[in-house]
Design a protein around this ligand. Structure first.
Ligand code: MN
Length: 303
């Protein structure tokens, strides 16, 4: 967190990288439910950068090509907006959107860090590893590929949002919370020796110990870190409003403890929360949880 306590909310009202529509409504719903007022109450100078939207594109190539062009366009716009916010010594808080937006946000964060001679890092908190390539992806959706794109594993415009790709090295990524990993992804994570803490480790040694190890790895290999938090890492019982739920996720307290410990660690220079789908939500349960998780991440404590 910066000394100036300046935060800018960047909404990404796009779900073109995902399987289902609806995540594009998350920024508007979170504003209605009290963000960024809740940030002002925590003492921040909270600004709002508005929303990045997916615009219509013309293509003869069919829906898949159209979606891909839109995903790239959203990522490029987010990349530009992020760089502006970071150059202003302001903490970017990105509200997705589906997870494909990380190809823009993380690329911008990485380029910003490297332009200052710092090593970038990424903490990816998610049920899924999102490291599929167009060849291995079961869904063929871009929301399952951002980590692979950031590592430059497959040749594509999505892998070249950074001005100096690849945006990240394998040692600059840490996974927390994995519990649904595809075969091709498992091989990549092993072969590239990416640091990964699955739900098994969280069950075995506890969330606090896992966060401590993850932060230690990031401190060793990186100078500045962006958090990418996919709400589906939480158990479906507490997040009804997300597109790809999976049983056995973080509890209410574990997810808050994760955020509280990240605040204590003081390693984050940016954060994004993705995959809130208000269309699937029940009585704003997931939206309100999202806001309380953001508050914990940004310094709200019990005492
Ligand atoms: Mn994800």
């Amino acid at each position: 967190m910066n000394e100036s306590k300046r935060i800018s909310v960047i909404g990404v009202a796009s779900d073109v990288g995902g399987l289902y529509r609806g995540a594009s409504q998350a920024p508007a719903v979170l504003r209605t439910r009290g963000l960024p007022d809740s940030l002002s109450q925590l003492g921040y100078l909270a600004g709002d950068s508005g929303d990045i939207i997916a615009v219509e594109v013309d293509s003869e190539g069919g829906q898949e090509i159209v979606n891909h062009l839109q995903v790239v366009q959203v990522a490029r716009n987010l990349y530009d907006r992020m760089l502006e916010v970071l150059a202003n010594d302001t903490f970017p808080l990105i509200i997705g959107g589906d997870h494909s937006i990380s190809t823009g946000s993380v690329a911008a964060f990485s380029d910003h860090c490297r332009s200052r001679g710092q090593r970038p890092g990424l903490l990816w908190v998610d049920t899924h590893a999102d490291i599929n390539t167009p060849q291995t992806s079961p869904s063929a959706c871009a929301f399952g590929m951002p980590v692979a794109a950031l590592l430059g594993i497959f040749p594509d415009t999505l892998s070249r949002i950074s001005s100096n790709p690849p945006a990240l090295l394998a040692e600059q990524i840490v996974y927390v919370g994995l519990r649904d990993v595809d075969q091709g992804e498992r091989r990549l994570i092993r072969d590239m020796r990416i640091q990964a803490y699955t739900m098994k480790e969280i069950d075995a040694v506890g969330l606090a110990a896992v966060v401590e190890k993850a932060v230690a790895h990031l401190r060793q290999h990186c100078d500045c870190v962006i958090l990418s938090f996919d709400l589906d890492v939480c158990d479906p019982q507490i997040v009804p409003g997300t597109g790809t739920p999976k049983r056995g996720g973080l509890t209410f307290r574990e997810s808050h403890l994760l955020m509280e410990l990240l605040w204590d660690s003081n390693i984050l220079g940016a954060a994004e929360i993705v995959e809130l789908n208000p269309v699937l939500d029940k009585d704003f349960e997931t939206a309100d949880l999202t806001i309380s998780l953001i508050e914990s991440l940004l310094g709200k404590s019990i005492l």
